[in-house]
Design a protein around this ligand. Structure first.
Ligand code: SMG
Ligand code: MG
Length: 368
């Protein structure tokens, strides 16, 4: 595929409500979209990095810089570029999986649009609709949290995830169970906020029939998660720790997790995400698709990925209206607690040019 150029477009999109986690509060998404233009088609990739390096070491300005300064010149110099080759072409550059994932996704989207193949078909989707969950942030009060959860359950979400941190864990979980009973699928996400010394505190969550406890310990503490797993009944799910198929295999072999949150951005792209899926399937470890508060561009790709066979738990791929008053693509609308998998070529969605321009804060065109 011959790339004629790439656009790096920045957007600012305000979240409908602040989203608080153990590492901070997000009120607006500072987004980077990568648009790859080829003779046959153009493709889009969304860079899922946060504004600050608080979820992982990457941040949106750093991602744009590494893409522009190093990744694109290397792609331009490559004799032959396909989506299957992007990771190999960029391999000499250490790290930056979120930035790499955005570039690979844009090349993949262009390739698939030209071929008339959907993301889902290319990745191996087996469903045309996927049940989805919703991630609920830390709130000013337990009462406000319970009301917010009730609203999402009324909308039909198939699973509730609560952000937790020391001082905001057992009480909100207990309040949700007391109000809504045992029926709702419920899980928690600590975003690395605890230590192994908090084991007893985390064991206090065991009576609430949680699906999982997500990433309780620091991302590099695989041994700690394995030790914690022996002290808890609730399964441990890893997010930040799983950076590749190999790291998934290692974490599973060491008993550090029984469930994996797959985020294509965190592992370097959708092709590696499929490898993580396959490694987990081979080990009998269920997976679900994580979220990074994406626009409809990233959401379309995530919904397609969530249709693969071993994605057996509802993911953090909520409807567009959960995040934004107006999405830059045709909004993803909740239907019976799930989302329909886009069937069109590539992502199956494209940004609305008017909305794109409205939210754009900067564009940068790089000729190949
Ligand atoms: C800003 S929080 C991003 C990381 C977080 N993501 C979510 O909680 C889901 C957010 C979403 O609904 O996209 C996670 O650690 O799983
Ligand atoms: Mg998480």
């Amino acid at each position: 595929m011959k790339i004629s150029g790439v656009e790096l477009r920045r957007l600012s999109m305000t979240l409908r409500s602040p989203f608080e986690t153990s590492f901070g509060v997000v009120t607006e998404r500072d987004i980077l979209l990568v648009r790859v233009v080829t003779e046959e088609a153009e493709g889009w990739g969304e860079c899922a990095a946060m504004s600050e390096p608080v979820y992982s070491s990457e941040h949106i300005n750093g991602a744009q810089d590494v893409i522009r300064r190093f990744f694109l010149p290397r792609l331009a110099a490559a004799p032959h570029v396909t989506s299957a080759l992007v990771a190999q072409i960029l391999a000499p550059f250490k790290g930056h999986p979120i930035a790499k994932a955005a570039v690979e996704a844009a090349v993949l989207d262009a390739e698939l649009r030209a071929a008339g193949t959907s993301f889902g078909d290319h990745l191996g989707a087996v469903r045309s609709w996927v049940p989805v969950g919703v991630s609920v942030g830390i709130m000013p009060s337990v009462a406000e949290l319970v009301d917010t959860v009730g609203g999402y359950l009324d909308q039909g979400y198939r699973r509730i995830k609560l952000k937790i941190k020391p001082g905001w864990d057992v009480e909100p979980v207990r309040a949700v169970r007391e109000r809504f009973g045992e029926a709702p699928l419920l899980q928690v996400d600590a975003n690395t906020a605890y230590t192994l010394g908090d084991a007893q505190r985390l064991a206090a969550l065991d009576p609430f029939d949680l699906l999982l406890i997500e990433q309780p310990l620091p991302e590099d503490d695989i041994g700690g998660h394995a030790a914690l797993a022996r002290l808890l009944h609730t399964p441990i799910c890893l997010d930040e720790s799983i950076v590749s198929a190999r790291s998934a295999a290692e974490a599973i072999a060491l008993g550090a997790c029984r469930i994996v949150n797959i985020k294509p951005a965190r592992v370097g792209g959708y092709l590696e995400a499929r490898r993580v899926h396959d490694v987990c399937a081979a080990n009998g470890v269920p997976v679900w698709c994580g979220g990074m508060l994406e626009t409809g561009i990233g959401r379309a790709a995530n919904v397609a990925l969530a249709a693969l066979p071993n994605f057996t738990l509802p993911g953090d791929i909520s409807a567009s209206e959960r995040y934004f008053e107006r999405d830059i693509t045709e909004p993803f609308v909740l239907r019976d607690g799930g989302l329909d998998v886009p069937q069109g070529p590539g992502l199956g969605v494209t940004p609305d040019p008017v909305l794109l321009d409205e939210f754009t804060t900067a564009t940068d065109w790089i000729d190949f």
